[in-house]
Design a protein around this ligand. Structure first.
Ligand code: C2E
Ligand code: MG
Ligand code: MG
Ligand code: MG
Length: 281
């Protein structure tokens, strides 16, 4: 445990109680080892242009490939990592991994928008914009091709640093998306304060939008609001053909969901895209 505490303090974290180290679904030391041994894997889920069915881009979604437990999903590690500085390491890893792929995809003829989820900790770090902009430059990715998805509830309303960080990124062309829209508190206040470009309607509303009038009303009014504010609308949770077929009519610009594809490994992406294009043109 002393070694773990040393590790944690080397990444800027000073745990007060040793017991705090074992909180969360996965043990912190397993997550540290995951970072060190590069056990995290970035999966990519396609985002599809709702109107012409072209491939708009991908969302990077992380899994931990645990040597003993197998593939572990983010609901078992993001929260624990957010309680320590480990989340910063993960964000860096995911950004570096996905941005380094961009030129490879471009060489294959696909200009993909890359979406990466970021956490509250990054948003109040004033060095974050410069780090992101440098990384874009190093990988020759135009800033417009990167979207940072921020879970709505992660944003504090009275946080001046996060406003500064998001404004700087936005000024340089990086796109900002409000994720899981409708599930947090004071959604509207956040939309008023922060320079968002995109709104992702939470999948919990989308999943039953067809048969549940209340869910549908929430989806429709989120779309109307987004459109009035000039935001792109993304529907996640498109799980079946009914949702797929009604998403254009509901006013979506971009859709994402199991009906098109689950998140997949990098090796499968180009093949999937080419197959999609041949089936949809
Ligand atoms: P999210 O950003 O809202 O990502 C969408 C989640 O919905 C993903 O779950 C995706 O696999 C899932 N999904 C996609 N299409 C469908 C569908 O049609 N039906 C259903 N039921 N689900 C669908 P996943 O990959 O388990 O990620 C869960 C959450 O963990 C993400 O939600 C995001 O908030 C967080 N997360 C994932 N990777 C990262 C990361 O690298 N960094 C950070 N900070 N958070 C991450
Ligand atoms: Mg997301
Ligand atoms: Mg999210
Ligand atoms: Mg979401």
């Amino acid at each position: 445990e002393d070694a773990i505490i040393k590790l944690l303090s080397s990444i800027g974290e000073k745990p007060k109680h040793k017991s705090a180290l074992s909180e969360g679904s996965l043990k912190i030391y397993e997550l540290i080892r995951g970072i060190e041994k590069e056990q995290f894997e970035v999966f990519y889920q396609p985002k599809i242009n709702c109107v012409n069915r072209s491939v708009f881009g991908i969302e990077a979604l992380t899994r931990l490939n645990h040597p003993r437990l197998g593939l572990i999903f983010p609901d078992r590690f993001i929260e624990a990592m957010e309680r320590t500085a480990l989340i910063n390491e993960l964000t860096k890893y995911v950004l570096e991994k996905s941005l380094s792929q961009w030129r490879h995809w471009q060489a294959k003829g696909h200009l993909l928008n890359i979406a990466v989820n970021i956490s509250p900790k990054e948003i109040c770090n004033l060095d974050f914009p410069e780090y992101v902009l440098n990384l874009l430059k190093e990988n020759s990715v135009p800033p417009e091709y990167l979207t940072l998805e921020i879970t709505e509830s992660a944003l504090e309303l009275d946080e001046t640093d996060s406003l500064e960080v998001l404004n700087r990124l936005s000024m340089h062309g990086v796109k900002l998306s409000i994720d899981d829209f409708g599930t947090g508190h004071s959604s509207l206040e956040r939309l008023r304060i922060y320079p968002f470009d995109e709104l992702k309607v939470d999948k919990s509303f989308m999943l039953h939008a067809r048969e549940n009038d209340n869910d549908r009303a929430i989806v429709e009014s989120s779309v109307m609001l987004a459109k009035r504010l000039g935001l792109k609308v993304v529907f996640e949770g498109i799980e079946n053909s009914e949702l797929y077929n009604m998403s254009d009519h509901l006013g979506g610009d971009v859709i994402q969901g199991y009906y098109m594809s689950r998140p997949m490994q990098e090796d499968d992406l180009i093949g999937w895209i080419e197959d999609w294009i041949s089936r949809n043109s």
